[in-house]
Design a protein. Structure first.
Lengths: 153, 796
């Protein structure tokens, strides 16, 4: 399964897979800023710094969490019907409202939200699973000198 | 990359003369010129009794002798196509009914506007009255099986380019024309004529062709002499002594070339220009491509290295670049949607290999790239050949030019193209000597009639028909065979079989349509001047249109590879593999253009793998969808003794072709554009350019020997600094190593394009990449502008 496909479902029990695993919240190919060559960035959750200006606040919590992207919502209200904890309701204006205190990260709403509005950020991946993704651009690292000595062979 | 080093020569920016010429150019509004139409009608009326090829030669003679000529202030290279720069002549002999119909709308179009005087309209109407029933278009329509014409009208494919216009798509033996002069060509034709036995019935016709060649070439020489006369006249009354001297020199050059062999660089450029220009007065076929200009012009530049200052040489080149852009063509409204932006598609390619395989880079290779940077126009279509021996310096200069954002140069991969040409029967030396015609079509120049833009095949439409038992969802008509539908399929194999059967049926109709158009050109529009400069026409005594070229092909393009792939992938994954969607639900959603079922559209968009993300599932199906088209095209041969060969690129036809296709299973809304070339669908490649090019490289580019086209758009910030250039090179190199054919980069921000859309007056000179060529953004129809804006912007 590639990184994109992993975003369609979430299983909290993955946390208990035989380790080691890391909690990854994004893998970005063609990273060209703040360094030389073409690289792939693996973003891990649990950053301890807490900068006021943080561009990726979803990186702070060292645990998976629901992340909503409201402008993707198409108001199909499937999430509402699917949620076993009744954590999702709709307001008077029809906007989707999430009660985080009721959410147990079962992932049903994520599986049912085709528009990508309901997301859970963070997947427990093994090093092999990460490398499978990273390895795909090996030729670009070599061609551009990205990734330093590790990939120059 | 090899260690082959070539130092970058010092390059020079635009001079005052060039800057003034550019201002003048951008301020000139394209218009319609009636002169050619009037003159050709007059000529045809006088030659009713003659064989057609002689009528063509005499028509050219009359046109070149009677049309207005001018020399602009500061011009060093002279020669005009119509009575004003950027004006388009009319070619009624190919088709004129659409012109007549559209005369009053030409000034009011949404794209490619042409001004037209009332008096011009009157003259044209008179000319058109003569041509009723005499055009190549009408004859082709009569020759074609009615099913072929209907499928064209239903836009399952469009053969409109050659159906309505001249063929073009060729590169003549410029080296010979410049090096031996047209007097050399005439001598060759005269010798062939003397060797004929006209009592042999098979050779009688050749006599007419060879005589036509002689008449046509003499007419071009006379045309050049008219410019010499004019230059002398202007010189005599010119108050500025420097300019007077320039005009005297122009006169001397125009008396010498193109009749005699050229010697100096300026003479060679002028000879080149006369040839290149007259080809586009004889016929309105576009994509007349200079191709390996840096190779055949180099001896003239090198010879003068001591005498001619490099700045002066650069200025002459820049001048020529502006002349290129002054050429123009008016197309019917439908074709304009497919070829938007006043494009002439004149491909000029630098670098690559010599016939013996060694690297061919020279100073002119760099100077041509510099000319493009100095003039920043949309013509010629600048390209670069890349092979293992390409010097880093040339690659770097090309990347710098890409970063300027006009969408060129386009990059071509010798590693894939040379084997592809070998597989099509070219010799090893000829294959190494290839250049590009028009958008992305490879051939060897001086000896090929490639018919490279034979048709655009609507792969999106074929998918729609395959899912609906051959019933056109736009009209409700049964236009294809009954191969099953969303109501009857029981497995994915059924769906694939239906797609395959529809493709086979319509490719066959398209081939018949193309061949009918081919025969119509041979009958009604043989081209003696053009043919005289391509082997083996003089030696075989046959025009190009009759099969006189050494290599002959017909190349129709598949449009919508990504859509076909993603549609089939969505059906396989969601309906048959995951079973989260039924065929009935899908059918209903497509029929209603997803009305009330946006959730289903999101499912199709987001939960099916998409081509362009380095996902093997989607990429394998896209590859198969393309292969099915390519293998069908491979079956057919043309009337000139050549084979059909498929390509995968759209010019801008992905927009009008999409406009007749209903909603599709890739999540696409009804009537919206298809993807361009082999590029992923706009917005569907969300894993960045490395993933995108890896996906595209998985297709078989070698079989698509008429060319494949990949568009990649970068935000300027992604390519900053020298590192940015290295990254561009790394992406290109890796794509090519993995089997890619061509790639072109649009480097412009979405914000700039949106601003240009809102405030066109402030962006009159903004050039963007369309698909295989560049154009002024503000000249394009809004739907094409939106398509370009929507193309995924790679920025991280």
């Amino acid at each position: 399964m590639n990184w994109k496909q992993r975003q369609h479902t979430f299983r909290l029990s993955d946390r208990d897979r035989p380790g080691p695993t890391g909690l990854v919240f994004d893998i970005q190919r063609f990273a060209v800023h703040d360094g030389g060559g073409i690289r792939t960035l693996v973003f891990l959750k649990g950053c301890p710094l807490g900068c006021q200006w943080c561009q990726n606040p979803e990186s702070m919590n060292p645990a998976p969490e629901i992340m909503r992207i409201p402008h993707h919502c198409i108001s199909c209200v499937k999430c509402m019907t699917l949620c076993p904890q009744h954590a999702i309701t709709s307001s008077e204006t029809g906007a989707i409202v999430l009660d985080r205190s009721r959410c147990d990260l079962c992932g049903d709403c994520v599986a049912g939200c085709y528009a990508g509005s309901m997301n859970i950020v963070g997947r427990y991946l093994t090093p092999e699973e990460v490398m499978e993704e990273v390895d795909r651009d090996r030729k670009f690292y070599t061609a551009s000198g990205g990734g330093g000595d590790v990939f120059r062979r | 990359m090899s260690q082959h080093q070539v130092p970058m020569p010092e390059c020079f920016g635009p001079t005052e003369r060039i800057k003034q010429a550019l201002d003048r150019f951008v301020a000139t509004a394209p218009a319609i010129c009636p002169e050619r139409a009037v003159l050709i009608t007059e000529s045809y009326k006088e030659t009713e009794a003659l064989p057609m090829v002689l009528r063509r030669a005499k028509a050219l003679e009359k046109i070149l002798g009677g049309m207005s000529i001018f020399i602009q202030d500061g011009e060093l290279i002279v020669g005009n196509q119509a009575s004003k720069p950027r004006s388009a002549p009319i070619f009624p002999e190919f088709s004129c009914k659409w012109v007549e119909e559209e005369l009053d709308r030409l000034e009011k179009r949404t794209a490619d506007v042409f001004l037209i005087a009332e008096d011009t309209k009157t003259k044209l109407r008179q000319a058109f009255a003569y041509f009723d029933g005499k055009t190549t278009n009408e004859y082709a329509a009569a020759l074609m099986p009615p099913e072929s014409l209907e499928a064209h009208n239903d836009v399952v494919y469009t053969i409109g380019n050659y159906f309505y216009n001249g063929v073009g798509h060729i590169s003549v033996d410029y080296a010979k024309a410049i090096g031996q002069g047209l007097s050399g060509v005439i001598a060759e034709a005269e010798a062939a004529l003397r060797a004929l036995d006209f009592a042999d019935a098979g050779q009688l016709k050749k006599r007419h062709f060879l005589e036509a060649v002689i008449i046509a070439n003499k007419a071009v020489i006379a045309f050049a002499n008219r410019f010499a006369d004019l230059a002398e006249k202007q010189s005599a009354t010119c108050p500025d002594p420097i300019r007077a001297d320039e005009l005297t020199e122009i006169a001397r050059i125009c008396r010498k070339v193109p009749a005699q062999p050229a010697e100096t660089f300026q003479e060679a450029l002028q000879a080149f220009w006369f040839v290149h220009l007259v080809i586009q007065i004889e016929s309105n076929g576009h994509s007349i491509s200079p191709m390996r200009f840096d190779q055949y012009m180099y001896p003239y530049y090198a010879r003068e290295k001591e005498r001619l200052l490099p700045e002066k040489a650069q200025e002459l080149l820049d001048q020529l670049w502006i002349k290129f852009a002054e050429l123009n063509k008016v197309r019917d409204e439908n074709s304009t949607m497919a070829f938007a932006g006043y494009p002439m598609f004149m491909n000029l390619i630098v670098g690559g290999q010599h016939r013996d395989g060694s690297d061919a880079t020279n100073d002119l290779s760099f100077m041509c790239l510099q000319a493009a940077a100095n003039t920043k126009l949309y013509a010629p279509s600048l390209s670069i050949r890349i092979h293992e021996g390409t010097p880093a310096s040339l690659y770097k200069k090309a990347a710098e030019l890409s970063r300027l954002g006009m969408g060129y140069p386009a990059y071509y991969n010798d590693r894939v193209i040379i084997p592809a040409l070998l597989a099509r029967g070219l010799t090893r030396e000829d294959a190494r000597d290839y250049g590009i015609i028009g958008c992305v079509e490879p051939q060897v120049g001086g000896k090929t009639e490639g018919w490279h833009d034979a048709a655009f095949f609507n792969m999106g439409k074929v998918v729609e028909l395959a899912l609906n038992d051959g019933v056109d969802q736009r009209t409700g008509k049964q236009i294809g065979p009954k191969t099953g539908s969303l109501e009857t399929f029981t497995s994915f194999d059924d769906v694939m079989a239906s797609y395959k059967a529809q493709t086979a049926y319509f490719v066959r109709l398209m081939a018949a349509g193309d061949n009918a158009v081919d025969m119509a050109h041979a009958e009604r529009a043989p081209l003696p001047f053009l043919s005289s400069l391509v082997a083996d026409c003089i030696s075989t005594g046959k025009s190009l249109q009759e099969g006189g070229a050494h290599y002959n092909f017909t190349g129709p393009q598949g449009v919508g590879v990504a859509n076909a792939g993603d549609c089939l992938t969505a059906v396989k994954k969601l309906v048959f593999d995951d079973k989260v969607l039924t065929l009935a639900e899908l059918r209903e959603a497509l029929k209603t253009d997803f009305a009330g079922r946006e959730d289903l559209r999101q499912l199709l968009l987001n939960r099916a793998p998409k081509y362009g993300n380095d996902d093997d599932y989607a990429d394998a199906i896209a590859k198969e969808a393309a292969m099915i088209y390519c293998e069908e095209v491979n079956r057919y041969t043309n009337p000139r003794g050549g084979k059909f060969q498929p390509g995968l690129y759209p010019a801008s036809a992905n927009v009008p072709l999409g406009s007749v296709v209903a909603a599709t299973p890739d999540g696409r809304k009804a009537w919206s554009p298809l993807a361009d070339g082999v590029s992923p669908i706009s917005g569907c490649d969300t894993c960045g350019p490395t993933a995108a090019v890896l996906s595209v490289a998985k297709l078989d580019h070698e079989i698509a020997s008429n060319g494949t086209l990949l568009n990649q758009k970068f935000h300027p910030s992604a390519l900053e600094g020298d590192k940015g250039l290295d990254n561009l090179k790394a992406v290109t190199e890796t794509y090519f190593e993995n089997g890619g054919f061509h790639v072109q980069y649009n480097v412009i921000s979405r914000d700039t394009l949106l601003d240009a859309q809102a405030n066109p007056e402030a962006y009159k000179g903004l050039v963007v990449r369309v698909a295989g060529y560049s154009a002024f953004f503000t000249a394009l129809d809004k739907s094409l502008q939106n398509d370009i804006i929507a193309r995924t912007e790679q920025t991280f």
